[in-house]
Design a protein around this ligand. Structure first.
Ligand code: UDP
Length: 442
């Protein structure tokens, strides 16, 4: 039987959001981008990827190719519409059944490895791993305990049951990936993960799309005046992302320097409110008397988003918690310095003082000072704009996919060891044997 150090086919589980949903609104964000981009990269290396997600529309095909070698499988589990995110755990069994039934239609050993994203998928991955006898790699993306430790005012804490579910997946997975060393520490210290089974795998950006370009053309395309000073927020509009901090800081900046031709761009859609428009932010801008300075844009596709970054003087990422912060990398890749809260992965994504500024609080007055001091220092901003794309080169989906393939191999080693104890000699560790006879492990 041919054995290789690479899987032939990966089953990726993304229960709670489809990787092809428009990121930047609802539940779709960086994780969706991560899953699709790494799948594309793997497929280009000859590794097939099948992504299982929950069907959310009767119009969804049961399966379709999102890119060559990347298949999306829409699994019917619960109503297509109207299921609250918090009720998704009620559909774990239905989703798991759909995934297991799909695999049962194929020859034994159809998938070589399972990669689950977010704890809900991890719960299903754990079951599939036991049934299929292949290794489970899990990426949490966000952790309830970390999120709860730095909530925005009035934001609801994540449930204790989520934390229990996360701990189970951390315990069960053959290998874990963390976006940063800090996240790995949280997995170890808060979730009790075995340090030996964690790989730090940094996410990336599509550097063929997010790259420096003609600023004047980008401004013209967006209808931004050449003389305006543009500070931009990009992402899902929810308390955790703190776009209100930017708007309040802008109001303070405007009070301090009324002549500053400030334009605040807010790009993205509401997340968690079910509203079409970011109403609370629109009201906030009005109550602070700066409605005329703030422009709201709906979620944008990548090419258009690259124009938004290029048209901006600064991109602000004021989040209360951020496991990495793809927006910060994308903006820097386009040559735009970033002002970011010094939380989570943002301290890795942004090089404070070199490619942007890290702000240690969420106080709008402090943010106004940080933004103001950059806007009035053209030389510093120009230096950061030069450094930023160089720093961003360290983060590409090519790197991420290569690192994940290494992780899959390590997972196979661990799994091989576990199986070897049970069935001596049947599965050499660290190798994928694509066509295992099903009966061997049962
Ligand atoms: N995004 C997008 N269009 C938008 C807003 C955001 O495609 O209008 C994408 C953005 O390019 C980034 C992702 O959504 O890749 C957001 O990822 P990030 O890690 O910044 O935040 P998350 O959503 O994971 O919390």
């Amino acid at each position: 039987m041919a054995r290789t150090d690479r899987p032939e086919r990966v089953a990726v589980l993304s229960l709670h959001t489809s990787p092809v949903a428009q990121p930047g609104t609802g539940d779709a964000g960086g994780m969706n981008v991560y899953i699709l981009q790494t799948a594309r990269q793997m497929a280009s290396r000859g590794v097939e990827v099948e992504i299982f997600t929950r069907a959310t529309s009767s119009k969804d095909a049961a399966a379709f190719e999102a890119a060559p070698g990347v298949l999306i499988r829409n699994i019917a589990a619960g109503p297509f519409e109207g299921l609250d995110k918090h009720d998704l755990p009620t559909q774990l069994c239905a989703f798991a059944a759909g995934v297991l039934r799909e695999e049962a239609r194929h020859e034994p050993g159809y998938y070589d490895v399972i990669h689950s994203h977010y704890w809900l998928s991890g719960q299903v991955g754990w079951l599939a791993r036991d049934r299929w006898r292949v290794p489970l790699v899990h990426t949490a993306h966000t952790l309830a305990a970390v999120k709860n430790a730095s909530l925005a005012v009035g934001d609801k804490p994540e449930s204790a049951s989520r934390e229990i579910g996360e701990k189970q997946v951390v315990e069960e997975a053959d290998r874990l990936t963390a976006n940063t060393i800090d996240e790995a520490k949280s997995l170890i210290e808060v979730y009790g993960a075995d340090p030996d089974k964690i790989d730090v795998v940094a996410p990336g950006a599509d550097l063929s799309v997010f790259k420096p370009g003609d600023r004047a053309r980008a401004r013209a395309a967006l209808g931004v005046d050449a003389g305006e000073i543009v500070v931009t927020f990009v992402g899902r509009i929810q308390p955790l992302k703190a776009p209100d901090v930017l708007i309040s800081a802008a109001a303070e900046l405007h009070r301090r320097e009324p002549a500053l031709p400030l334009r605040i761009l807010i790009v993205g859609g509401p997340s968690g409110t079910g509203l079409e428009r970011p109403d609370s932010l629109i009201r906030l801008a009005a109550s602070l008397g700066i409605s005329s300075l703030v422009t709201f844009l709906p979620p944008q596709p990548p090419e258009r988003l690259a124009e938004v970054y290029r048209a901006s003087d600064l991109v602000a990422v004021p989040s209360y918690s951020e496991s990495f912060g793809l927006v910060a990398i994308e903006a820097q890749a386009c040559g735009t310095p970033v002002v970011a809260a010094d939380v989570g992965g943002l301290g890795v994504a942004v090089r404070g003082g070199e490619t942007g500024v890290l702000v240690p609080s969420h106080d709008p007055l402090e943010w106004a000072t940080a933004i103001g001091s950059l806007l009035t220092n053209d030389r510093l901003r120009a230096r950061m704009a030069t450094n930023a794309p160089k720093h961003a080169q360290n983060f590409s989906w090519e790197h991420t996919a290569d690192a994940l393939l290494d992780t899959y191999q390590r997972a196979a080693q661990h799994f091989g060891g576990v199986i070897a104890q049970a069935v001596d000699g049947e599965r050499p560790s660290g190798e994928f044997s694509p066509r295992r006879p099903r009966g061997v492990w049962r």
